[in-house]
Write a protein that binds this ligand. Structure first.
Ligand code: HEC
Ligand code: HEC
Length: 235
């Protein structure tokens, strides 16, 4: 009898715990998520909502700025190629990309998480929603010469949104200030900043920072497929 009572009590306690857990308050509709810097990465998350919850505080807020290594807008990743998103996350995870915040975040993701969040963001702004011109607006003579010097379009596509390989990024319409930081980072491969990528490393080293800035300004000013989708559209 005692044994049965104990068992029943144990079951009752388990039920209460399970209910309390299930009723943990969910963030209210449209309410901003806590700043992602403060949120501990949620290892072992199973739902896609839980997996992207920690990304949204930065990547789903239009105009959200990062301050390391300088102030710039965080990259738009909705509508980016899934393979490229996965490749970038893997580069943060294995240290080929040094940005400290993204390194910490990517380190908490399993390979499955990386594939899931990449597919999610790629589908968040469907490609082709607004048909892009095959040839973008003509750059001025200086930028035109810079683009030709490194044959940027031969990899990123004529309109910079149709890369020849899905693991290469769409760059048209991306924030110019971010493009500039990204391009400069391929020139550096230090302990705390920089990116090691053989292809873009060799290319960016041929240009001065002023030239990289001119390229970023032009490419960022074009129509593109990458977007920031505000987080309240998720609910
Ligand atoms: C605290 C803000 C913050 C959070 C949270 C965050 N990111 Fe980032 N993310 C950044 C910044 C800043 C960069 C640019 C880093 C750099 O310069 O390399 C970036 C870069 C990226 C890139 C590379 C984009 C490109 O065009 O190369 C991807 C992909 C990415 N983040 C995905 C994610 C995903 C997925 C999550 C959630 C699991 C996430 N980020 C969470 C701030 C954040
Ligand atoms: C031979 C192919 C190739 C050429 C030519 C090339 N790129 Fe890239 N580019 C890549 C690849 C591959 C990546 C992704 C590297 C990585 O994983 O970090 C990349 C990344 C980038 C990024 C980072 C995007 C992001 O979201 O972080 C920018 C910006 C960029 N390229 C601009 C340019 C410009 C401007 C030119 C011409 C001056 C150029 N690229 C020429 C292949 C190329």
């Amino acid at each position: 009898m005692n044994k049965l009572l104990n068992t029943l009590l144990a079951v009752a306690v388990a039920c209460v715990t399970a209910t309390a857990f299930a009723q943990a308050p969910a963030p209210a509709k449209g309410q901003p998520q806590p700043a992602a810097q403060d949120a501990a990465p949620k290892g072992g998350a199973t739902s896609i909502e839980a997996k992207v919850a920690m990304c949204m505080g930065c990547h789903n807020i239009p105009g959200y700025q990062a301050s390391f290594p300088e102030v710039y807008k965080v990259p738009m990743i909705a509508g980016q190629n899934a393979k490229y998103i996965a490749s970038a996350l893997t580069a943060y995870k294995n240290g080929d990309r040094k940005h400290p915040t993204m390194r910490g975040i990517a380190a908490s993701l399993s390979e499955q998480d990386i594939n899931d969040v990449s597919a999610y963001y790629a589908a968040l702004a469907p490609a082709g929603a607004a048909a892009l011109a095959e040839q973008p607006r003509q750059p001025d003579a200086q930028v035109s010469a810079l683009l030709q010097k490194a044959a940027c379009a031969s990899c990123h596509g004529a309109n910079f949104s149709k890369p020849v390989d899905p693991s290469y990024p769409k760059i048209a319409g991306q924030h110019s200030d971010y493009l500039y930081v990204a391009l400069k980072s391929y020139k550096t491969d230090g302990a705390t900043v920089g990116r090691s990528n053989g292809v873009m490393g060799a290319i960016t080293k041929q240009f001065s920072n002023a030239e990289l800035k001119a390229l970023s300004k032009y490419v960022g000013s074009l129509d593109g497929e990458v977007k920031t989708v505000p987080q309240n559209r998720f609910h």
